[in-house]
Ligand binder design. Structure first.
Ligand SMILES: [Zn+2]
Ligand SMILES: [Zn+2]
Length: 216
């Protein structure tokens, strides 16, 4: 039996039906409940996006995740098809599971970005560091160490907030002391001398900077 959509009068020969209505009218009803503008938190320095996991490097998935949080459509999956950075318009592919069936449609939304800084950029700009690594030795050995150490820090998302040339080596100020100790645990042949320096309190806990003296 041919069905006719009560809203637009399309027949079931022209369009797929989801319950009583054609899929176009079902999609239109959902679209009418979605916001036209969403606010996405973005770091103005590195461009990372605040999604459900925190600030993460920009990807289409991170962007879709951040937008989905603003759409409040719990039974719908949201994919980013295209993002027009100039016009700040995101073209989304939305798929919603309803009791009567699945409906899919495209949706355009205006994106407004915040002008904030992510915690990592904030710390970098404030010269934040938890560890100092003092490397001493021949130029050749110091260079070899720096290459391997820098690669390790980069993989772990730590940063060097300052370096100082010291004549027979270099001092590096590093954002993450756990990562630094992890490096020396993996490279047991380098045996740094470690000392600790109190630099503050946070929630009643003493904060120490770790100082590693490395002779190569
Ligand atoms: Zn219809
Ligand atoms: Zn950032």
């Amino acid at each position: 039996m041919i069905k006719y959509c009560p809203t637009c009068n399309r027949s079931s020969e022209e369009a797929r039906f989801i319950g009583e209505f054609c899929e176009f009218c079902v999609a239109d009803k959902i679209k009418a409940t979605l916001p036209k503008v969403v606010k996405v938190r973005r770091c103005r320095v590195c461009g990372s996006i605040r999604d459900t996991k925190g600030f993460t490097q920009y990807t289409d998935e991170a962007m879709a995740d951040a937008i989905a949080q603003q759409l409040h459509a719990p039974n719908c999956k949201i994919k980013l098809k295209e993002f027009d950075e100039m016009r700040r318009i995101a073209l989304l592919r939305i798929e919603c599971e309803l009791n009567e069936g699945t409906v899919r449609f495209n949706y355009e939304v205006d994106v407004r970005f915040t002008k904030e800084m992510c915690p990592s950029c904030y710390r970098k700009s404030a010269g934040y560091y938890e560890a100092i690594v003092q490397v001493r030795g021949s130029e050749h050995k110091v260079a070899g160490f720096l290459e391997s150490f820098s690669r390790f820090l980069e993989k772990g998302n730590a940063f060097v907030s300052k370096t100082a040339e010291m004549g027979n080596g270099i001092d590096m100020y590093i954002s993450d002391k756990k990562l630094v100790s992890g490096y020396f645990m993996l490279h047991k042949t380098i045996k740094p001398k470690v000392s600790y320096k109190l630099y503050g309190m946070k929630k009643g806990k003493k904060l120490y900077r770790h100082i590693y003296s490395v002779s190569l």
